[in-house]
Design a protein around this ligand. Structure first.
Ligand SMILES: Cc1cc2nc3c(=O)[nH]c(=O)nc-3n(C[C@H](O)[C@H](O)[C@H](O)COP(=O)(O)OP(=O)(O)OC[C@H]3O[C@@H](n4cnc5c(N)ncnc54)[C@H](O)[C@@H]3O)c2cc1C
Length: 491
């Protein structure tokens, strides 16, 4: 039986997958490609999440693609605008015609003899699975489960007679007008939801176990919008992107090297907005140092305005149990609620939840070592996209795509069909670190044991440092002794 074959199959038609397809079509026009998308729409995160106020928390001049200027007036953009931007990229470049919707990758099996990945794919409109094959597998499947958000198992939740909603599955018709809403969590989603619902709801309470650092910035970037009036769009975008990557890096490094100073600046910003009578120590002063977990953005002071107006409040406490009418806290306080939003985070997932084998042996990613945070030792012809936790995702996704295209072109030029990173014998005992080191954010910690490890030297690292990585990724492919190129007739 013949099965459909492509040179490259990209898994996932989100921000990364559409960007990957763009790079591939431009720089490797000789390669055929297809995108498999398990959902019925492109956009990934930006199509899935539909909660009120959904927006980016990093600026679109760095979350946007390197090749397509972000033209919106707001640098901190709402979800529908980001989705439009992804869709526009796909249609402008006829990427949309390469997407197979409703196709979920279940498993991928590599054959060294044939230099081929055979994919087992479920189709949403058919009972039987379908097989496809490709020479190169490019995973752009994101990092979390689309079907299973993190479930912290709230005590006695079943007693609650109101509505419980998860931001990942926001009901389109949820009516929260004049309702009492409790949003559980202190991450970016809570910080977005609370001001967005305040004013319509009767009262919105952000219930957190512990506070998060917040940074306030205007949603419009005067520098970017000013440059756009003076320079051609592409120049203005490139300059703003450059300036913003420098600023993000500077902010992150300052926070990590001078935590006390960073803490003072961040906390005083909050105090200035909420006033001396507000308990900033309790609700906005974390016990950890700034940027050891992701910083949350408060654009245009929206969260503080909501708190100051009295429509929203923050409670820092622990849940004892749910009751018929709300939530009883350890302190003894009872929070009345008509709607509880469980903004408690994502469940990390590796490689889109698919199973992998190499020459018949199951791949245990956690037992392997990452190569530059984009390939995995001993797994041939497979790249996976994971962005930055301390900067915009797309900065890294773009770097990875450029590296993939250079590698594929090198393989064309050298007439090789396989590339595999192999840790040299003498480095097999090198000290290892977690996939993302020194960043103990809850959602990452929960899934870290599933990810490949890092070694203690390049290229066996995932440094999460844009500038370092740009230099590392740009090193000549042919001079990289960690990569082994071959073809089946000449392994
Ligand atoms: C609410 C929210 C806000 C965020 N805001 C920011 C931000 O401001 N800045 C930032 O840098 N990052 C942010 N992120 C991280 C964000 O996920 C990335 O920026 C980016 O959107 C990830 O794109 P992606 O294409 O890699 O993954 P996703 O957007 O997750 O897309 C993955 C796609 O792959 C598909 N897929 C998965 N598994 C399979 C499979 N087995 N078979 C076929 N298809 C599959 C999915 O259906 C999906 O369409 C945010 C995340 C969330 C949840």
């Amino acid at each position: 039986m013949t099965i459909e074959h492509q040179d490259v199959i990209i898994v996932g038609a989100g921000l990364s997958g559409i960007g990957a397809a763009y790079h591939l079509a431009k720089k490797c026009p000789d390669r055929s490609y297809l995108l498999l998308e398990s959902r019925q729409a492109m956009g990934g995160t930006w199509d899935l999440f539909r909660y009120p106020g959904i927006r980016s928390d990093s600026d679109m001049h760095t979350l946007g693609y390197s090749f397509k200027p972000w033209q919106g007036a707001k640098a901190i953009a709402d979800g529908p605008s980001i989705l439009d931007y992804i869709r526009e990229t796909a249609t402008e470049n006829t990427i949309d015609t390469h997407i197979r919707y409703g196709h979920r990758l279940l498993s991928a099996s590599w054959s060294t003899e044939q230099s081929i990945w055979t994919l087992e794919i479920s189709q949403s409109n058919a009972e039987k699975t379908v097989r496809m094959s490709c020479n190169f597998l490019y995973m752009c499947a994101g990092y979390y489960s689309y079907t299973q958000p993190h479930d912290p198992k709230f005590p006695e939740l079943e007693a609650f007679e109101g509505k419980v909603v998860h931001p990942q599955f926001w009901p389109e018709d949820l009516d929260y007008q004049d309702k009492r809403v409790v949003v559980i969590g202190s991450g970016a989603t809570s910080m977005t939801l609370v001001p967005a619902m305040a004013g319509t709801a009767k009262q919105v309470t952000m219930l957190q176990r512990s506070p998060t650092y917040v940074l306030t910035r205007p949603s419009e970037d005067w520098f970017a919008n000013g440059l756009r009036k003076l320079l051609p769009e592409t120049w203005a975008y490139a300059l703003t992107r450059f300036r913003n990557t420098l600023f993000q890096e500077w902010l992150y490094k300052q926070a990590r090297s001078h935590p006390e100073r960073a803490k003072t600046v961040l906390i005083s910003q909050v105090r200035k907005q909420l006033g001396d009578n507000y308990d900033v120590d309790k609700h906005f002063t974390p016990s950890y140092n700034p940027w050891t977990q992701r910083l949350c953005l408060v654009p245009d002071n929206d969260l503080f305005d909501a708190i100051n107006s009295g429509n929203a409040d923050v409670v820092t406490d622990h849940i004892k149990r749910f009751t018929k009418t709300g939530i009883e806290l350890i302190s003894g306080t009872h929070l009345l609620a008509d709607i509880v939003v469980s903004a408690t985070g994502l469940e990390l997932q590796v490689m889109g939840g698919a199973q992998f084998t190499v020459d018949g042996h199951a791949v245990d990613f956690a037992a392997l070592t990452t190569y530059k945070g984009l390939m995995v030792s001993e797994v041939p012809n497979m790249v996976s996209t994971f962005g930055y936790v301390n900067a915009s995702w797309t900065l890294r996704a773009d770097l990875i795509s450029e590296w993939v295209c250079r590698t594929l072109n090198h393989m064309r030029d050298t007439r090789t069909s396989q590339v595999v990173p192999l840790v040299p014998e003498q480095l097999k005992g090198m000290p290892t670190k977690e996939w993302i080191a020194d960043f103990p954010a809850g959602y990452l910690k929960r899934g870290m044991h599933l990810q490949p490890k890092q070694g203690d030297r390049a290229p066996w690292v995932n440094s999460q440092d844009f500038r370092k990585e740009r230099a590392l990724f740009n090193q000549p492919i042919e001079a990289d002794s960690a990569l082994h190129f071959s073809s089946p007739s000449n392994p």
